[in-house]
Design a binder for this molecule. Structure first.
Ligand SMILES: [Zn+2]
Length: 151
């Protein structure tokens, strides 16, 4: 991948000059490319900085308090798209917890063991999401995002 230092546009390796300004292109190092790479699960750019800074506290609640946090967030910041994004993500994690809980509980021993592992994984997912809210990000919850409901 190459980029134009003037226009910050990216081109593939076959390009020699910038289509915008005609200037020479620089090669982007491999590590930088991975950071620049578009992340389809990162929706941070869709929300305003004002919304994020005003409603961060409410956006954290679904991850901290599960369904209770979802309800508080819905009541406290219903007009905040940033909060609603995290309400959907938090709800997703909470629903998965319940489903895992039900399935795990009805299968003796193996189910209980699997349940324990799943709950630890889901807790880690919630912690990751919580810190992302702290940083003002709106990324889909890891692992849980692959389940195709509540986009
Ligand atoms: Zn250019």
């Amino acid at each position: 991948m190459k980029f134009c230092p003037n226009c910050h546009l990216t081109y593939d390796d076959s390009a020699n000059v910038c289509g915008q300004c005609g200037g020479p292109l620089s090669v982007i190092p491999q590590q930088v490319q991975q950071q620049v790479a578009y992340d389809p699960t990162d929706h941070t750019a869709e929300f305003s900085a004002q919304d994020i800074s005003d409603n961060k506290v409410f956006a954290m609640l679904p991850y901290l308090m599960s369904f209770i946090g979802v309800i508080i967030a819905l009541l406290a910041a219903p007009s905040s798209p940033f909060t609603m994004f995290h309400v959907r993500q938090g709800l997703k994690v909470a629903v998965v917890e319940i489903l895992v809980g039900i399935v795990g509980a009805i299968i003796p021993i193996i189910g209980w063991f699997a349940l324990g592992i799943c709950m630890i994984i889901l807790l880690v997912v919630e912690i990751i999401c919580f810190f992302r809210v702290c940083k003002g990000q709106a990324k889909e919850a890891p692992i849980v995002k692959n389940l195709g409901f509540l986009k």
